[in-house]
Ligand binder design. Structure first.
Ligand code: UDP
Length: 471
């Protein structure tokens, strides 16, 4: 097979992030890392999804903006160019269909429109664009790589789970690193295992995209999940590059201003920083359910009252449109702060005042918490989050469970919230041990991202593999 020698000098990698913050953010970080490491990178996305600030942005990274199909074609409200700007989750299916209308433009760009750069040497696509994996190979003979935003643990678990019988109520399987079988009930599996899901066909397409892809890029690091990436690669026969935590790229800590969030009131970075600066070291628990997660009103009250009961200071991000924190919280004065909308999460997690992170266990949040050396209280809501929780609590032992109940399992009571927060924040043996482990992982994350670290080397290998891909 001939080797693409010319491209070996500096491959041209085309990155097409899926249009949801939890995918867009790490893929843009990854694009910066690739560009800094020597690749030419073009990110194709829509206007509302281009970051407001791209500094420091290497010259070899450029954005190619395409229009999102207009509301008369999609039936979506105007301005919705990102899953988390949708007024309701019910529009996720129509949004996915709308994104398919980008196909013609993307294909045209890939085949004819990215001059003056050389033709693409590789396509790195987010999972919401599985049809990119099937672009005619004879027309575009380049590797197609997929980025899911999952952990290696979840990739591997999903691989086993796909082989399980789907009528079972609970799934049991062994994963290395765990002394016992993993048990997970069907209601807590990622939604793509749910045969009755409204968006079942979407997940089937996504799975087909995965199968058709030539390789998988993972936002994790070898030392965090030793062997899982290799086992996943072996199980699927695909190449896997583990290149994270990508949030430790050259992105400025405050560069959080992504557009595309309808009605977003912006990020009050100064207010958050000032408030944290006034708190004692390790005294604050940060509470966030990611870009889309929200609790029901009654559960919101229990969470709020639990935070108050814990006695620790807290910063709580409350999404626009989510139930407001209970009025009783006003009584705690300066000890608690609610951030409406969007928080500068990387800055918050790296602040010395931070002692713990109550998280929905979105993979970006987990990996960002790990990179910051912060122990966690886990409260998964769906998707891959229940599997991430298992990794955090049972394998890495840097967190304790609190939420994660399905509707039929009842509310998480305030006493349980307070107890879990205290276990993580407290200065007893358990808290100290978790903090020690979390700091150890953060050190490993930092070393992994060095040029000679596991992720640094994997990133260089990815660029090399793409440059030398047999065509
Ligand atoms: N994020 C943020 N501020 C917020 C909420 C989220 O900066 O108020 C970022 C967070 O740092 C992470 C991403 O948004 O990079 C959320 O991704 P994750 O996988 O944790 O959750 P998802 O939103 O996909 O459920």
């Amino acid at each position: 097979m001939a080797e693409n020698r010319e491209a070996r000098i500096a491959p041209h990698m085309v990155v097409i992030p899926w249009l949801a913050q939890g995918h867009l953010i790490p893929m843009l970080d990854l694009a910066r890392l690739l560009a800094t490491a020597g690749a030419n990178v073009t990110v194709i996305t829509t206007a509302a999804n281009v970051p407001l600030s791209t500094s420091p942005c290497p010259a070899s990274l450029r954005f190619c903006v395409i229009p999102f199909p207009c509301p008369s074609l999609t039936g979506l409200p105007p301005g919705c160019e990102n899953i988390d700007s949708l007024p309701t989750h019910r529009l996720a299916g129509p949004f996915y269909s709308a994104a398919k209308l980008l196909r013609g433009r993307i294909e045209h760009l890939l085949l004819h429109g990215l001059s003056p750069l050389r033709p693409p040497s590789c396509l790195l696509f987010g999972i919401g664009f599985p049809w990119l994996a099937s672009l005619a190979r004879d027309v575009l003979p380049i590797p197609r790589l997929v980025f899911h935003g999952f952990s290696s643990f979840t990739h591997l678990a999903s691989h086993y789970l796909h082989a399980c019988k789907t009528h079972e109520r609970a799934y049991n399987f062994f994963l290395p690193g765990l002394p016992h079988k993993v048990e997970i009930t069907r209601s807590k599996l990622p939604v793509f295992f749910d045969k009755a899901s409204e968006v079942r066909s979407v997940y089937e397409e996504i799975r087909e995209g995965e199968v058709a892809a030539d390789g998988v890029v993972v936002n994790s690091f070898e030392e965090l999940e030793p062997k899982y990436a290799a086992m996943f690669a072996e199980a699927t026969g695909k190449k896997v590059w583990t290149v994270g935590p990508v949030s430790m790229c050259q992105r400025e800590k405050l560069d959080v201003g992504l557009r595309g969030r309808k009605g977003s009131s912006g990020v009050d970075v100064d207010r958050c920083k000032r408030w944290l600066d006034d708190r004692e070291i390790g005294s604050v628990v940060y509470v966030s359910f990611g870009s889309m997660g929200r609790l029901e009103p009654e559960q919101t009250v229990e969470l709020g009252m639990g935070l108050v009961m814990s006695g620790w200071a807290f910063m709580w991000v409350v999404r626009e449109g989510a139930p407001p924190p209970p009025v009783e919280l006003e009584g705690v004065g300066e000890r608690g702060i609610a951030v409406r909308g969007w928080s500068p999460q990387l800055m918050v997690l790296s602040h010395a005042a931070l002692g713990g992170f109550l998280t929905h266990c979105g993979w970006n949040s987990v990996v960002e918490g790990v990179a910051a050396g912060v122990p966690m209280v886990t409260w998964p809501l769906g998707a891959d989050q229940y599997l991430n929780e298992k990794l955090v609590v049972e394998v890495l032992k840097v967190g304790v469970e609190v939420g994660g109940r399905k509707e039929d399992e009842g509310l998480v009571r305030r006493e349980e919230v307070a107890r879990a927060v205290e276990r993580v924040m407290g200065r007893g043996e358990e808290g100290n041990e978790m903090r020690r482990r979390a700091k150890e992982l953060a050190d490993k994350a930092r070393r992994a991202m060095e040029r000679s670290g596991s992720s640094g080397l994997s990133l260089a290998q990815l660029i090399h593999d793409v440059a030398c891909w047999p065509v």
